[in-house]
Design a protein around this ligand. Structure first.
Ligand code: AMP
Length: 502
């Protein structure tokens, strides 16, 4: 039976002995081996009582088996929610409950803390460790073969949670068609072929490493050097074997800090791609001077997959994100959705087969951001120059992107305001030499108290993932506000822009 995404990504490689994954110790996983593991996990999902449309949540360390669970879920028609490994048990509880997941998969080390979460949400819990051990690994090995579930382009494949400015996370519904259409466009636009070798050091709980990188490699039929995380020394060790790398800007700044990055090292490389956060024009220049390569920057987001890209063959312009991808319509609009003349700054709106189906169980939120004519209001502020290159000039929603991870100020503010002795707070991002941006909290104490920043930090450690915790806390008597009573974050950003200056 036809399964739109599974057939295109995995099905056609099923019997192939060619390499799919190259692991850090240089051992290989062939497509046939990987498909066998995916089929086992599909069987284990079915044995656990999940069928097409049911949800499985996974908070797992990046591993071959984590990827095989995802392939198995697609094969079985089960909708998967990959969760950042940095999320605390309280955060995981929200996602599992909101998605109504029937099953939560975790690493053995997290079992004790997540057992009450699963029980509280009425979900089953199973363990899968990075080395394949654990109850779910055993279930996969014992599972009988189950048929590939029939799925069409319109069926849901994944729920990717992206926090909202209101503090409530939203599950972006990605269909089989959304994911496959974007992967097809990117594979062709970036000219990936089976002769490529993609260096993969991104996490696979986020759209960048999971869909952009992995799906492009699968469609092209090229192997991936599959590293558990970004480590500059490990990346440098593997670069001579690779022809392509996709990374967040932090990868590029960290590699530039290493004297072993030379032209000779990247002799075989065809393309370096950057996205998920703004790449400084300065980094672009330094990279070219050191390696001879102009980084190709592209722009996308969880809800839309990739929207724009600099060209493969034409000029890759530093500080821009290139042109709308084939099939993607992109407009710069005012608040009412009216298109602005070229050269004016406004909100970026996009439409195309890449744009998601809406937010899970949140019809009002969906209606606020997805227009009836199909255009999605991205919340990013952009401008198009005379040659058609798009630049991102800001983020309407004040999103902070620290080391490639999104931090929504409202969520951190709510955690701060809940602490004793704190009257109110404002959270902003400040330029940081390593993370691009880092979280800064401006805290107003209740009168007569003087909270200790170290104690605040320790308290937040219990409720927020590390990347969301403020790296600088400033105590103030009041917050700057405009006449409408809104906190003026622009003023705070300006005042605190140098707190991480070297
Ligand atoms: P996410 O949903 O985690 O992928 O984050 C999406 C957001 O990252 C976008 O809405 C942009 O604000 C930002 N973003 C992604 N790529 C770029 C880029 N190349 N330049 C500037 N911002 C980017």
């Amino acid at each position: 039976m036809a399964n739109h995404l599974y057939d295109a990504l995995f099905g056609r490689h099923e019997g192939s002995g060619r390499d799919f994954l190259i692991l850090p110790d240089d051992s290989r996983v062939s497509h046939a081996d990987f498909a066998g593991r995916a089929a086992g996990f599909a069987g284990a999902l079915v044995a656990a009582g999940l069928g097409p449309g049911d949800r499985v949540a996974l908070q797992l360390e990046k591993s071959v088996d984590m990827l095989a669970v995802i392939a198995g879920a697609i094969r079985a028609g089960v909708v998967f929610l990959p969760l950042n490994t940095a999320y605390t048990a309280a955060e995981v509880a929200y996602f599992v409950a909101d998605a109504g997941a029937k099953l939560l998969l975790c690493d053995g080390r997290a079992e004790a803390s997540l057992a009450p979460v699963a029980a509280g949400c009425g979900a089953a819990l199973a363990v899968l460790n990075a080395d394949g051990t654990g109850s779910f690994g055993e279930a996969a090995r014992a599972a009988g073969s189950v048929p590939v579930a029939a799925r069409t382009a319109g069926d849901l494949a994944a729920l990717l949670y992206t926090s909202g400015t209101t503090g409530r996370s939203k599950g972006a519904m990605m269909s089989h068609g959304n994911l496959l259409s974007n992967a097809e466009v990117l594979t062709e636009y970036w000219r990936f072929t089976e002769d490529d070798v993609l260096l993969h050091a991104l996490p696979i709980f986020h759209t960048h490493g999971l869909f952009v990188a992995t799906n492009v490699a699968l469609l092209a039929g090229c192997p991936m050097i599959f590293l558990p995380k970004f480590d500059a020394a490990e990346v440098i060790r593997h670069l001579p074997q690779a022809t392509a790398m996709m990374g967040v800007p932090t990868f590029y700044t960290r590699l530039l800090d290493d004297p072993r990055l030379t032209r000779d090292l990247v002799d075989k490389m065809r393309i370096f791609i950057s996205g998920s956060a703004p790449l400084l024009a300065e980094t672009h220049r330094q990279w070219e001077a050191r390696t001879g390569h102009r980084i190709l920057e592209r722009y996308g987001m969880t809800e839309t997959n990739m929207n724009t890209s600099n060209p493969c063959a034409g000029e890759r312009r530093a500080g821009t994100v290139g042109f709308p991808l084939p099939g993607v319509e992109l407009k710069i609009c005012d608040a009412e959705g009216r298109e602005l003349p070229r050269g004016e700054i406004g909100t970026i709106e996009v439409r195309g087969p890449n744009v998601f189906q809406g937010y899970w169980n949140m019809p009002e939120k969906t209606a606020e951001e997805l227009r009836p004519n199909g255009f999605f209001i991205t919340g990013d502020l952009g401008v198009i120059d005379a040659d058609g290159y798009v630049s991102i000039v800001g983020r309407a929603r004040d999103l902070i992107i620290s080391g490639g991870f999104n931090v929504y100020p409202k969520e951190v503010e709510m955690a701060l305001d809940a602490l004793p002795g704190i009257l109110e707070s404002a959270v902003i991002g400040a330029p940081h030499p390593d993370f691009g941006e880092a979280v800064v909290a401006v805290v107003v104490p209740e009168s007569g108290t003087k909270p200790d920043p170290e104690a605040i930090r320790a308290a937040l450690g219990k409720s927020l993932a590390k990347f969301k915790q403020p790296k600088h806390i400033a105590l103030r008597a009041t917050l700057p506000r405009n006449t409408m009573g809104k906190v003026q974050k622009v003023a705070l950003r300006d005042e605190l822009k140098d707190v991480f200056a070297p």
